[in-house]
Every structure is written in C-alpha cells, then in structure tokens.
Ligand binder design. Structure first.
Ligand code: HEC
Length: 185
C-alpha cells in the first residue's frame, strides 16, 4: 500500500513535469489526455440528454457553498448511460462570483454559473484505488476548464498529487470520495 502511494505520488510528479513540458509528455498525465477529453464530451452530451446540463437543465435548491467549489452550489445525484454502460453521476453547479446571494442565483442561474464539476462512476479497473470515479470540470458552455499547466480537467484529475479533485475527495467521510452523501459508493 505504502509503495503504491509512493508510486502514485511519483506518477503525479511526473505528470506535473510532463504537463509543464507539454507535447508528448502531456500524454503521461493521469488526466486531460485525448481519451479523457473525448469521454468528457460524451458525458456532457449524456447529461444534456437527461436535462442535467444545458439551458434547460433541471434545477435544484441552491445553498451556501464551501471552497473550492463556489459561494453557492447545487448538487444533483443521478445515473447516466455512456457507451451502453450506466453509472452513478453527481453534478455540482458552482455559482459565483464571491459574495453572491442565493436569491440572485435563484433569479438568474445562468448568469451566475461559474463551472459544473462532475463525478461519474466508470467501469471496474478504471481507477480501482479511487473507486473508479471520472472527474471533470466544465465551463458553463460544456467545454473543459484547464489547470495552470494547460491540462484539461477531465479523467483521474490530479491523481497522485497533493492538491486537486482526487486528493481532496479522498478525505470525504465514508471512504466513497463523496462529501455530501454516503448513499453512493
Ligand atoms: C480542496 C477540496 C476539494 C477539491 C480540490 C475539489 N473538491 Fe469537489 N467537493 C469538495 C467538498 C468539500 C464538497 C462538498 C460541497 C458541498 O457541501 O456541497 C465537494 C463536492 C463535489 C461534488 C459533489 C459530490 C460530493 O462530493 O458531495 C462533485 C461532483 C465534486 N465536488 C467534483 C469535484 C471535481 C471534478 C474537482 C476537481 C476539478 C473537485 N471536486 C475538487 C471539496 C473539493
């Protein structure tokens, strides 16, 4: 276990260095590669198909958020089907800017939407040690946000690193990588 962690960490550092060097090295990263980006596009389309993304998306009750996700949040739990496989999907809408009121978000959600962060349960073997979650951070138009190194935020995001989706979500109660509920593993 220790060795695995160590290896994951080294892989993370390699990925970071790779990312800053760009080009072929970027493909070493555990996220943001071509497969991740095209999978994220398919996932967005699947979310649109069930009205969880796009202009007609189903709304939920916005509530006061916590860092790093935004000042006001909405969280929805669903299932999505991709390539004939159905998996758990958690959609978090992140509203801003700093100090925005819940009422303002309710009145005009589209205007305040900063990002849509998503976790989708992939097939066994995708990332077993992290419960096979696929992470993505979209901008409101469905394109992917990028990290400072220019890598698109989709896949095993920041796996093995000290900060980022997986590092932070691994501390969620219930060892399920989900903070807000334990009903999904
Ligand atoms: C520094 C810690 C941290 C980082 C980094 C982080 N999150 Fe979260 N995330 C949280 C917390 C805390 C919550 C619960 C927020 C709430 O109360 O609604 C959360 C909630 C979520 C949820 C709803 C499911 C749940 O856990 O309750 C999704 C989906 C999500 N985050 C995706 C992401 C993605 C994708 C990334 C990376 C781009 C990311 N998160 C990075 C802390 C983090």
């Amino acid at each position: 276990m220790k060795t695995t962690n160590r290896l994951a960490r080294l892989a993370g550092i390699a990925a970071f260095v790779g990312a800053s060097m760009g080009g072929a090295f970027a493909q070493m990263a555990p996220f943001g590669n071509d497969e991740d980006v095209s999978y994220a596009a398919d996932l967005w389309a699947a979310m649109e198909a069930i009205n969880l993304a796009g202009p007609d998306a189903i709304r939920s009750y916005p509530y006061e958020g916590v860092e790093p996700h935004g000042f006001v949040l909405e969280t929805l739990y669903a299932k999505a089907t991709l390539g004939g496989r159905t998996g758990d999907l958690v959609v978090k809408r992140n509203y801003g800017p700093a100090g925005v009121e819940i009422e303002a978000v309710q009145a005009n959600a589209a205007q305040h939407l900063g990002a849509v962060t998503v976790m989708f349960k992939r097939e066994a073997g995708y990332d077993d040690e992290n419960n096979n979650w696929f992470y993505a951070k979209y901008l409101p138009d469905g394109s992917l946000d990028k990290n400072p190194a220019g890598l698109q935020l989709a896949g095993r995001v920041a796996k093995g690193m000290d900060q980022g989706c997986i590092a932070c979500h691994s501390a969620a109660p219930g060892e399920d990588f989900i903070f807000t509920t334990d009903h999904i593993r």
